[in-house]
Design a protein around this ligand. Structure first.
Ligand code: NAD
Length: 436
C-alpha cells in the first residue's frame, strides 16, 4: 500500500501546503542498496569527558570517512566516561554545536555503559542518556535517527551494532536503547560481504510480507534460507525459495510435530532461526470468543515456545546460532481490539528475556526480538484508513516502515559479529509514540 502522503509532501506544492498547515513533513528515508551502501557524508567521533574506550579502530570498520566539511552524516558520542551530572554537561557541550549540521538521513549514536547498581551518581547519569537520546530523536527530523548503545565491555563487541546503526540499513530504527554485552576481545575485523555464507537460516511465515523480506536479506548476506509457511501458501513459498536459491518448507508451525518435521527437513542443523509467522484476529475482549483468542496465542507464542524448545533440546541450533523472535509495539504499548495479539507479543518479550542468558550459556546461541511498529504489509493494509494514517504518522519519522527495515534489523542480530547482543527487544518503529 503506497504512502501517497509521503510522495505528495516530497513535491514543491506538497512542501508548501504541509508547511502552511503545520502537517507532518516526513523525509523519504535512504535505505541500503548495493550501489549506495553508505550514508551520504563523513563520521564525527566525539567524546564527553574522558573515555577509556578504544573506539577508533571499530569506527574504521564502518567504511565512513572522518567528517571533513562540518556536515557529518554520522555522529558518535562516546559518553561511556560520564559518571555524574557534570559529565552530562559535557554531553550537551559536545552535541549542541553540531546537531544542526548533521545531514538529512543522518545518524547520531550515543555510547554509554549500563547503569551501575552500586553507584547512584553513575546510574543517574547513564540513565539520563536514555531520556536525552529519546528526546533528541523526537527533535532531529529530516530522517535522522538517534540511538543509545549501552556497552558493558570493550569496543569490538559493539562493532556490528555500530556498523548497523551508522548505515542506511537502520533507516527506521530510532529512539532505541540497545545493550551490548562484553563479548570476546577479538579486534573488530572489516565486514565481510557475505557474513552468513555457509549458514542455514529458517524463517517462519516467509512466503510474503516481513518474512519474505527477512529471507531475502539473509540470503543477500549469504545464508541458505528455508522458507517455511502454511501449506496453503506453498506456491508463494516455492516462488520465494526459488528466487533466493533456498528451500521451501510447507508446514503449519502450530502442528504438534512441527519441531520434529523441521529437524527431519534440516538434519545438519540451523544457524539462524527467525520466528516471524504471526496472525491477528482483532476484536475487543467483550466480543472475543475463544476461537479468536486461541489461534493468535498458538501461532504467535505457543508455537514459538514449542519449536524453540524442540530445536534447542535436540541440539539443532549450532554454536554461534541466533534466534530472532517477532514481538510488536502492540505487545509493549497495548492496543484496543488486540488483547489476544498484545498478550502473545508481550509473551515473546518475556520468552526472550528469560531464555537469552540460559541459551547463551548452554548452547552459545543468542536470543533477541524485533518489535515492529507500523510496517507497510498486507497485515497493515487491512487496517481501516484513518487508523492506518494515524499509525503511519505517529512516530518521529512520520511514516510507516518497510518490511526491509525489520529484515535489516534481523540480519544485524543474525550477524556472526553480534554475539554480544543478547536478550534485547529492538523496536523497529521509527520511534513510535506508542509505548515509548
Ligand atoms: P503477513 O500476514 O503479511 O505474513 C505472515 C505470514 O505468516 C504469512 O505468510 C502467513 O501465511 C504465515 N503464517 C501464519 N500462520 C502460520 C502458521 N501457523 N504456520 C506457518 N506460517 C504461518 O504479516 P506481516 O505483516 O509480514 O507480519 C510478520 C510478523 O511481524 C508477524 O509476527 C506480525 O505479528 C509481526 N508484526 C507485523 C507488523 C506490521 O506492521 N506489519 C507490526 C508488528 C509486528
Amino acid at each position: 500500500m503506497a504512502d501517497r502522503y509521503l510522495s505528495f509532501t516530497g513535491t514543491p506544492p506538497g512542501r508548501f501546503l504541509t508547511r502552511r498547515l503545520g502537517l507532518p513533513r516526513p523525509t523519504a528515508l535512504k535505505r541500503w542498496s548495493p550501489g549506495q551502501p553508505d550514508l551520504d557524508g563523513g563520521l564525527l567521533h566525539l567524546t564527553a569527558g574522558t573515555s577509556a574506550l578504544d573506539l577508533a579502530p571499530v569506527l574504521a570498520t564502518t567504511g565512513l570517512a572522518p567528517d571533513d566539511d562540518g556536515r557529518p552524516a554520522a555522529v558518535v558520542l562516546d559518553a561511556t566516561g560520564v559518571r555524574d551530572v557534570d559529565g552530562l554537561a559535557a554531553v550537551h557541550a559536545a552535541l549542541h554545536p553540531v546537531v544542526r549540521s548533521v545531514t538529512a538521513n543522518g545518524r547520531i549514536v550515543v555510547l554509554g555503559t549500563p547503569p551501575d547498581p552500586d553507584d547512584h551518581h553513575q546510574a543517574a547519569a547513564q540513565q539520563a542518556l536514555e531520556g536525552f537520546t529519546r528526546s533528541l530523536g523526537k527533535e532531529t527530523g529530516r530522517g535522522t535517527t538517534v540511538n543509545l548503545v549501552r556497552l558493558a565491555g570493550a569496543a569490538p563487541a559493539a562493532a556490528s551494532t555500530l556498523r548497523f546503526l551508522l548505515s542506511p540499513k537502520s533507516a527506521y530504527l530510532s529512539g532505541q536503547v540497545i545493550g551490548v554485552g562484553t563479548g570476546d576481545d577479538t579486534p573488530a575485523a572489516p565486514p565481510a560481504e557475505h557474513p552468513l555464507a555457509g549458514r542455514t537460516a529458517l524463517v517462519t511465515g516467509a512466503a510474503r510480507g516481513i518474512g519474505e523480506a527477512v529471507a531475502e536479506t539473509l540470503a543477500r548476506d549469504g545464508a541458505h534460507v528455508v522458507v517455511l509457511d502454511v501449506p496453503q501458501a506453498e506456491e508463494d513459498a516455492v516462488r520465494v525459495a526459488e528466487r533466493l536459491g533456498g528451500t521451501p518448507l510447507p508446514l503449519d508451525i502450530t502442528a504438534a510435530d512441527a519441531g520434529r518435521r523441521i529437524l527431519r527437513a534440516l538434519p545438519d542443523g540451523i544457524d539462524v532461526l527467525v520466528h516471524n509467522a504471526g496472525i491477528t484476529r482483532d476484536r475487543r475482549l467483550v466480543n472475543m470468543p475463544a476461537d479468536r483468542w486461541n489461534p493468535v496465542l498458538d501461532v504467535n507464542l505457543a508455537s514459538v515456545l514449542r519449536t524453540t524448545d524442540a530445536l534447542l533440546d535436540a541440539g539443532a541450533l549450532r554454536p554461534g546460532g541466533r534466534i530472532v523472535a517477532t514481538a510488536s509495539i502492540a505487545g509493549i504499548a497495548g492496543n484496543a481490539g488486540q488483547t489476544n495479539y498484545g498478550a502473545s507479543k508481550a509473551g515473546i518479550v518475556g520468552l526472550v528475556r528469560s531464555l537469552a542468558p540460559r541459551a547463551h550459556a548452554a548452547h552459545g546461541v543468542t536470543v533477541n526480538a524485533v518489535a515492529p511498529g507500523f510496517i507497510e504489509t498486507t497485515m497493515t493494509a487491512a487496517v481501516p484508513l484513518l487508523i492506518r494514517e494515524a499509525g503511519r504518522r505517529m512516530n518521529s519519522l512520520a511514516q510507516g516502515g518497510l518490511p526491509v527495515d525489520v529484515a535489516e534489523t534481523t540480519a544485524w542480530l543474525a550477524h556472526p559479529d553480534s554475539g554480544a547482543v543478547n536478550g534485547q527487544v529492538v523496536r523497529v518503529c521509527g520511534q513510535s509514540l506508542l509505548g515509548a
